[in-house]
Design a protein around this ligand. Sequence first.
Ligand code: ADP
Length: 536
Amino acid sequence: MGSADKRRGPSLRRRLVLGLLAVLTVLIAGLGTAEVLVLRHVLYQRAAHSLRTELQLLAASEADTSAGSAPTPAACSITPGSMAPGLAGAGAPRSGPPPGPGAPVGAGGQRGSTLGAGAATALAGVLAQRGVASAVVGPGRTILACAAAAPTGSRAGFSVPSSAAKELSSLSGAGGYVTLDSQGRHLLAISQPIGADTAILVTDLADDDAAVRTVVLVTVLGALAALVMAGLLSRPLLASGLAPLTKVARTADAIAAGDVGQRAALSRSNDEVGRLGTAFDTMVDRLQTSLEERDELVRQLRSREQTMRQFVADASHELRTPLTAVLGAAQVLRLGAASDPEELAESLWHIEAQAERMSRLVSDLLELSRHDGAALPGCPEPLDLAALIADESAHWQGMYRDHPISVSVEEASVEGDRQALLRMAANLVDNAAKYSPAGSPVEITVRCVGTRAALVVADHGPGIALEDRQRIFERFYRGDPARARATGGAGLGLAIVDSIAADHHGTARVDETPGGGATFVVTLPLRDLPAGRRAS
Ligand code: ADP
């Protein structure tokens, strides 16, 4: 066992086995003790009862046969002085003080006696032959007869112990018995009135005690066997009972080690173990969900950070080109170009063009930053996209005279920021004019598609390569750098379109115009659905 295991202490299974064995030991010990005590009491009572029955039978027959026979003095360890009044025929007449210890039983002792000394002696003799020591006490506590039990087998005889009378006097009521330890023997004594006399009978409890000892031995051996069996059987039973807990613990270890996909998957029963398994798995489900959410959040933050870094780098790069050009033009001026009107005009034109480019770039960056959040920057208002586009089309037609611009609209009520939506449409129209050859037509359409309004700007220019379509809406992405450089774009126009569409819960995509060219489609949620579309 490792030091960690030692610190943790014994396992739950071991503790349960030990607890079970402790409880079983206490129960078996209690039951065994009660059983032995009851058995001993029953055996002693039976011995006392059989003594009484025997005495009654013998006393009746001895009273008949020995009437008038001569009294035989008895040498007896029990003395009149050791007897309490209750033991010596309370109703019998008392004539003077009882004889002293060891005094022979005289005729006076027989006065009022039921048995008389002869019958009492005979009775004691018969009892002695049957292994019972006895003393018969007459009225006035005179000892009529006294006999030791005859030896039986290997066991020596025994006489009535001197303490028997005293012990018996403490009994309340008839039918009781006392047990005594005397002469190295365990004895049972009873007292039984016979008319005016009282007989004290003492029997050996060796057989009864041997029976009790056998029962004790059997009980102890049985209890030990039961405890061993309980220990052996309870281990596999507890192991199978605790198996679900072991599984939960192993699963928890695996989860702690990072494998959050693990589940206890216990039975779905409604008992404690089933409920524990369900609660554990639900808890792990939640843990896994929140960990996945956290990971997703971290991924998003990292990706945002990466995008932001890329954005700053791209913006710096885009600004550096015109700045370098401005710097160059300024140096040319400083080196004397100012004196030549033509060179001066060219340098100033350069500076102006690059400043304009920077201004456009900065305004695009500002526009992008305004539409970088989830909420609309301006005040959203109900708008008819068709009217908005139709009103602006004249301006575009004037601006891009090289391109025939056609407009086809149907009413489409949306909610949004007027300026932002105009900027979005303007970027698309500007691109269409910019990237298609002069004279090629541009078609602007507004229509309703299902629950959405669609703004479509189609041109018939070179179109956009399939591999560029996925990235065309990214910031600073230019499909064809040579062509883009010629047109002066920084690759922010479509990123602004995408941001504005997203701010309006819309989407932006590019398709191919049938016959060649690019078709940009922006969809926005319709505010008031036309009657026929509400059901869908
Ligand atoms: P720019 O300011 O460079 O125009 P945009 O984001 O508007 O940036 O466009 C990104 C790139 O997409 C352009 O460089 C161009 O290659 C391509 N592009 C955009 N519109 C069109 C179009 N109508 N036809 C062909 N290519 C287009």
